[in-house]
Design a protein around this ligand. Structure first.
Ligand code: TRP
Length: 433
C-alpha cells in the first residue's frame, strides 16, 4: 500500500520524510532469497522477511529511519530526578524506547509549567487486546506522576474511512464501548477527556483542523503516508484530524484561551508519521511543538515478527477473554523459545529473547530481580517452557480479571462524564504560567 516515494520539496523541514523503509544493500540475490524490508506504517506492521522467514521488528532501525531519539539511561536518570519517581517498568525495559523532545517536557515540569497528555485509539469492534492497553496503562502512570490533563481521541472517523464495510453508526458504537474500556484502566473524568471525532467535530477542534489541513499538500501526504491518486479523499484529509488535538487550543473547555500549553503524546511508533507532520506544522501555525514518546508493539502470540491483531483471534489476548481462554491461547499458540524436548531443554536451556510467555512477563513483572531470575533460570534450563507458560497465564489471568471487574462497574453515566467537554476539569497548574 505504501509506495516508494521521495520526499516532496514542499515538505517544510527535515522531520517530514517518507516512512517506507527503503531496500537495504544492493545484494543481487535479494530477489531469489525472498527478502522484504520491514514495513511499519499506521496501517501495517510487519517485520522484514529474510529467506522467507519473518524477522522481529528492528526498532533501532526505526529510530534511524524516522529520525527519533532513543530513550537512554541518562534520560531515565533525569526523569527520575525531575519527577522523584522510579521510571515505570515500560521505560526501564524499553517498551517505550524512543522519543522526540521528551527533555523539553521534563524542563517544563521542573519549572512548574503545565503540559498535557494526548493519545488516541481507533475504536474497533468488540474488545481491546493487551497490546492496546499498553499506551493507556502508561498514560495513567504518567498522569499520576505529573498530575496533568489527558485527552484521548477516538478516531471512529478514521476507522470508517480505512475499514471497508463498516457503517458510521457501527463505528460510533465502537467508540462508546472503547470509552468504557479506557475508563476501566482507572482514569478519572476530572482529569481525562475522551472524545469521539464524530461527536466533537466542530468548534475549536474544526477551526484547528482547517488551519492544519491548509498547510498539508497532497505531495506531502503522499510522501509521508504513501497515499496515491486512488486513495479516497476522506483518507487524504484525515491526518489533520489526528494532528489537531496536539494543540491545546483545540480544547478551550480545558485550557481556556491559552495557546501555550504543549503536549506529550505517548503512542506506538507506527503513529510517528502523523506527528512528524504535526511538529512541522506547529511552527508555521505558531502552536507549541508536541513532544512524543514511542512504544514498541506487543508481539503476537506467534512471535516477535508481528503484533497482536484484533482481526486474528489466535494472535492476541483480548480484554474479555475468560481465564480458560487465556490459558488455552498461551498453551496452544504462544511461541516458545524452549527446546523441543525436556531433555534437551535441561541440557541446552531456552532462549527468553524469543519466548513469547517470557516476553509478556516483561510487561507485567515489576520486580527487576524476579524477572532477571526468570530469564536466567530459563537460559540454564532450570525453568521449563511449561513453567514459563504457567507463570505467564497466571499473570495475564490476574490482570485481565481485575480489568473486567473494573469494567463491570463503569456505568453509562461514567461514560458520559468522560465524553462531556464541559465536565469540570480544574488543574491548578493551568492557572499559572
Ligand atoms: N490512529 C490511532 C489508531 O488507529 C488513533 C490515534 C489518534 C492516536 N490520535 C492518536 C494514537 C494519538 C496515539 C496518539 O489507533
Amino acid at each position: 500500500m505504501v509506495n516508494e516515494t521521495t520526499v516532496s520539496t514542499e515538505a517544510p523541514v527535515s522531520e517530514v520524510q517518507n516512512l517506507t523503509i527503503s531496500a537495504a544493500g544492493n545484494n543481487e540475490n535479494q530477489e531469489q532469497q525472498k527478502q522484504a524490508e520491514q514495513n511499519v506504517t499506521p496501517w501495517d506492521v510487519e517485520g522484514a522477511i529474510v529467506d522467507g522467514v519473518q524477522q522481529a521488528i528492528d526498532y533501532e532501525r526505526l529510530i534511524q529511519k524516522f529520525g527519533t531519539r532513543c530513550i537512554d539511561e541518562e534520560l531515565l536518570e533525569r526523569f527520575a530526578k525531575v519527577t522523584g519517581h522510579k521510571p515505570h517498568l515500560y521505560l526501564r525495559r524499553g517498551v517505550f524506547f524512543s522519543h522526540r523532545d521528551l527533555e523539553k517536557i521534563l524542563d517544563r515540569h521542573e519549572q512548574g509549567k503545565p503540559f498535557y497528555l494526548y493519545t488516541g485509539r481507533g475504536p474497533s469492534r468488540g474488545h481491546m487486546h493487551l497490546g492496546h492497553m499498553m499506551p493507556f496503562i502508561f498514560c495513567k502512570w504518567l498522569q499520576d506522576v505529573f498530575d496533568v490533563p489527558l485527552v484521548v481521541q477516538l478516531t471512529d472517523d478514521e476507522k470508517f474511512l480505512f475499514k471497508e464495510g463498516l457503517s458510521v453508526e457501527e463505528t460510533y458504537q465502537n467508540s462508546l464501548n472503547t470509552v468504557r474500556e479506557i475508563a476501566a484502566v482507572g482514569f478519572k473524568p476530572e482529569k481525562t477527556f475522551i472524545f469521539s471525532n464524530l461527536d466533537y467535530m466542530g468548534g475549536a477542534f474544526y477551526r484547528n483542523i482547517l488551519q492544519i489541513s491548509r498547510c498539508i499538500t497532497f505531495n506531502q501526504a503522499k510522501a509521508v503516508f504513501g497515499f496515491d491518486a486512488s486513495t479516497s479523499i476522506g483518507r487524504i484529509h484525515f491526518p489533520g484530524i489526528q494532528a489537531a488535538p496536539a494543540f491545546c487550543s483545540t480544547f478551550p473547555e480545558i485550557f481556556g484561551n491559552r495557546k501555550d500549553v504543549p503536549c506529550l503524546i505517548p503512542c506506538g511508533i507506527d503513529q510517528d508519521p502523523y506527528f512528524r507532520l504535526t511538529r512541522d506544522i506547529s511552527q508555521r501555525l505558531k502552536h507549541k511543538k508536541p513532544s512524543l514518546i514511542h512504544g514498541r508493539f506487543l508481539p503476537a502470540l506467534q512471535g516477535t515478527g508481528s503484533k497482536m491483531s484484533s482481526s486474528v483471534d489466535s494472535s492476541a489476548i483480548f480484554m474479555d477473554d475468560t481465564p480458560a481462554k487465556i490459558k488455552n491461547k498461551i498453551n496452544r499458540y504462544a511461541f516458545s523459545g524452549g527446546q523441543t524436548s525436556l531433555e534437551e531443554h535441561r541440557k541446552y536451556g531456552g532462549n527468553p529473547d524469543i519466548d513469547v510467555p517470557y516476553l509478556y512477563l516483561t510487561y507485567f513483572v515489576d520486580d527487576d530481580k524476579e524477572l532477571a531470575d526468570l530469564a536466567e533460570g530459563y537460559k540454564k534450563g532450570e525453568i521449563t517452557s511449561g513453567e514459563m507458560k504457567a507463570r505467564c497465564i497466571k499473570e495475564l489471568q490476574d490482570f485481565v480479571g481485575a480489568f473486567q471487574e473494573r469494567e463491570r462497574a463503569i456505568t453509562e453515566e461514567n461514560v458520559n462524564k468522560f465524553m462531556d467537554p464541559s465536565f469540570p476539569r480544574p488543574f491548578a497548574a493551568l492557572s499559572k504560567k
